[in-house]
Design a protein around this ligand. Structure first.
Ligand code: NAP
Ligand code: GCO
Length: 267
């Protein structure tokens, strides 16, 4: 059966991608725009929003930028109302904004732990809660939560992040369970190790010019033998944002080059 091009068509759809000034969010927004979506993004500072507007303009994308912190429930509620009045109702939500703190658990303060949980788990709840009622009223919508390898695996120094991303996998499944009857599909994307500012410390060249030990580790753990590029996430995002995934719900699509399937190259 040939794949109808209309299955992946996002013409007439409006997508909010949180924290999409650069990195994975920006790449996902570019892919959604290429499929026809109108792009709305946010950041925490006006400087970042302006930087984002310039970056989208440079790509020929007439994006709409809004200033709000995804952890601020009141600000999110106002922003959603404003976006839906000024741009259009939100058909696709990508909960992308996220932080990480790499600290051994016993050295991490409770406040640091809470900060990560707040952005990486509470905020996707807050933003989805603000948008779901409108989606129900309009007959459906798409929610994509950006999960992680750490939705499945742990490692040293990322206890808060793994707890948040593990919780985000289950929040994804629960939104799918609770709102699937309203034609809302909620799925996750689980990127592998992607070359963005968030992982830059893990890829820094060593003083002797050699690759960072973690960089070498990830290459050995990835069948694709490379870090992911943010653009690798664009196609999976278009799939989960489009009619092509109307019967896919509560799924986390891992875009990891095969890490989760592989024991790792023998040293
Ligand atoms: P990044 O380069 O650090 O970008 C994160 C974005 O989120 C930034 O634009 C940041 O804005 C924004 N943000 C952070 N806190 C925010 C808040 N409270 N309100 C609004 N915006 C906020 O990260 P990335 O690598 O692109 O990752 C994007 C998402 O993918 C995150 O959820 C991350 O956990 C996840 N992920 C990343 C990888 C990877 O290997 N890179 C792999 C799996 C999953 P500011 O510029 O203002 O800080
Ligand atoms: C880390 C990395 C990872 C990636 C990503 C992997 O410190 O291990 O930052 O957590 O960001 O989440 O999927």
């Amino acid at each position: 059966m040939s794949t109808s091009p209309s299955l992946f068509d996002l013409e007439g759809k409006t997508a909010l991608v949180t924290g999409a000034v650069y990195g994975i969010g920006f790449a996902i927004a570019k892919a959604l725009a290429a499929a026809g979506a109108t792009i709305v993004f946010n950041d925490r500072t006006q400087e970042a929003v302006d930087r984002g507007l310039a970056a989208y303009e440079a790509e020929g994308i007439p994006a709409h930028g809004y200033l709000f912190d995804v952890t601020d429930e009141d600000a999110v509620a106002v922003a959603v109302r404003t976006i839906e009045a000024e741009v259009a109702p939100i058909d696709v939500l990508v909960n992308n904004a996220g932080i990480i703190k790499r600290v051994p658990m016993v050295d991490m303060s409770a406040d640091e732990f809470r900060q990560v949980i707040d952005v990486d788990l509470n905020a996707p709840f807050i933003v989805a809660k603000a948008i779901i009622p409108g989606m129900i009223a309009r007959g459906g919508g798409k929610i994509i939560n950006i999960c992680s390898m750490m939705s499945e695996l742990g490692r040293e120094t990322v206890s808060a992040y793994a707890a948040a991303k593990g919780g985000l996998k289950m929040l994804t499944r629960n939104i799918a369970s609770e709102y699937g009857e309203f034609n809302i599909q909620c799925n996750g994307i689980g990127p592998g190790y992607i070359a963005t500012p968030q992982t830059a410390p893990l890829r820094e060249k060593q003083p002797d010019g050699s690759r960072h030990p973690f960089d070498q580790f990830i290459i050995a753990k990835t069948p694709a033998a490379r870090w992911g590029d943010p653009s690798d996430l664009g196609g999976p995002a278009v799939f989960l944002a489009s009619a092509a995934s109307d019967f896919v719900n509560g799924h986390v699509l891992y875009v990891d080059g095969g890490i989760l399937a592989y024991i790792g190259k023998q040293p």
